[in-house]
Design a protein around this ligand. Structure first.
Ligand code: NAD
Length: 351
């Protein structure tokens, strides 16, 4: 199996290095090949997603991704900015299902802005459709009306096939967890979402072991704050998922702890922490590598069906937290404060 390693910008190379050490320690005979992406891609090859990087990715079985983003390149035309690399990869590889787990570790309950009893033990998974919806629907634009006033417009669209494939992903993920799926839509107002609900119900017939519930997105946003533990797996469209997954991640209060995966129909995936390139701390050796290490565990679980080593990595992360190791983003009085590499060392020792 070949893993394309794309560290990217800012803290990307620092955190990816630790995830690689962990993967190598597990010794699964993976082959790793690194390539530049984002600002690093632009500096090396004048493009955020250089052709060679894309070629490597297409010849690989999964991608381990750091982060992209470099404020010094923000004056470039949009298509050359570092963040375009992610959009390009999603499109080229048809990564339509985005997995965002939000998990609250007992040791980090205090990091949440919600009351401990509301978030303690939280373990939910949000699956967001990633390649359709109003973000890609046409027509879109800004035009001038007859009275001279300008009007902006975007189009929400979903094909049955797009809804069906992400619904299957949602049901299958629920089967591997608590067997409960909540489909979030706005079927009371939007025709597109009425179709969403119809198709999800149709697909549910193939998964009698999964309990399906529907929730309107406005209620889901409230319920996530009121009693987030009621959820197991949530499946939703691109725009609603964008907002709800960020809301859910903040329930945990620790951006440096949260992994993600974006998958296509063949379970090929891009695995990355949810945070960005953190230019404010880049090069200082203080970034938290745990989100990236947990992304590597997701890679083993979802792209390679290797649940046992994935469990081991996740258990090692839990152990280092229980041992009191903390990076700056999750600092705590009396904890063993460490940098990026020392945190990687602690995970390796726990493994
Ligand atoms: P960010 O996630 O990079 O940083 C937000 C804050 O969280 C910063 O204070 C940062 O120091 C801290 N932080 C983030 N990750 C951390 C970690 N692992 N350990 C400790 N602290 C951590 O978001 P931002 O500052 O808004 O964006 C910076 C750049 O990253 C921008 O160019 C943005 O476009 C890009 N970005 C990229 C991705 C991605 O690659 N998927 C995602 C979000 C933002």
């Amino acid at each position: 199996m070949k893993i394309a390693v794309l560290p990217g910008d800012g803290i990307g190379p620092e955190i990816v290095a630790e995830a690689l050490r962990v993967l190598k320690a597990i010794d699964l005979k993976f082959e790793f090949e690194e390539a530049p992406v984002g600002g690093a891609g632009y500096r090396a090859k004048a493009h955020p997603l250089p052709e060679d990087t894309l070629k490597l990715v297409k010849a690989s079985d999964a991608i381990l991704f750091g982060a992209v983003g470099d404020f010094s390149l923000d004056t470039l035309p949009r298509e050359l900015r570092p963040e375009q690399a992610i959009l390009g990869l999603r499109k080229e590889l048809n990564l339509f299902a985005n997995f965002r787990p939000a998990l609250v570790y007992p040791e980090l309950v205090h990091a949440s802005s919600l009351k401990p009893e509301v978030v303690a033990g939280l373990d939910i998974l949000i699956i967001r459709e990633l390649t359709g919806d109003i973000y890609f629907g046409k027509p879109r634009g800004i035009h001038t009306l007859e009275n001279g006033e300008r009007e902006g417009f975007d189009t929400m669209r979903y094909k049955e096939s797009e809804i069906r494939r992400v619904a299957h992903v949602g049901f299958q993920a629920a089967q591997k967890r608590g067997k409960r799926l909540c489909s979030v839509d706005k079927a009371n107002v939007l025709d597109t979402m009425q179709l969403w609900r119809e198709i999800v119900i149709e697909v549910s017939k193939e998964y009698p072991d999964v309990a399906l519930e529907h929730m309107y997105v406005d209620n889901a946003a409230m319920q996530l704050l009121k009693s987030p533990k009621q959820f197991d797996v949530i499946v939703t469209g691109n725009m609603f998922g964008d907002i709800l997954s960020d809301e859910a991640s903040m329930l945990t209060g620790s951006i440096g702890m949260l992994p993600s995966a974006s998958l296509n129909e063949k379970n090929f995936g891009l695995y990355e922490p949810i945070h960005g390139s953190a230019p404010d701390i880049a090069g200082k050796g203080i970034a938290n590598p745990l989100a990236t290490i947990l992304s590597a565990a997701m890679m083993l679980r979802y792209s390679f069906n290797l649940a046992e080593p994935a469990d081991r990595i996740e258990a090692a992360v839990k152990k280092v937290l229980a041992q009191g190791y903390r990076t700056g983003d999750i600092k705590e009085a009396g904890a063993k404060m460490v940098g990026t590499k020392e945190m990687g060392d602690a995970v390796l020792a726990a493994l």
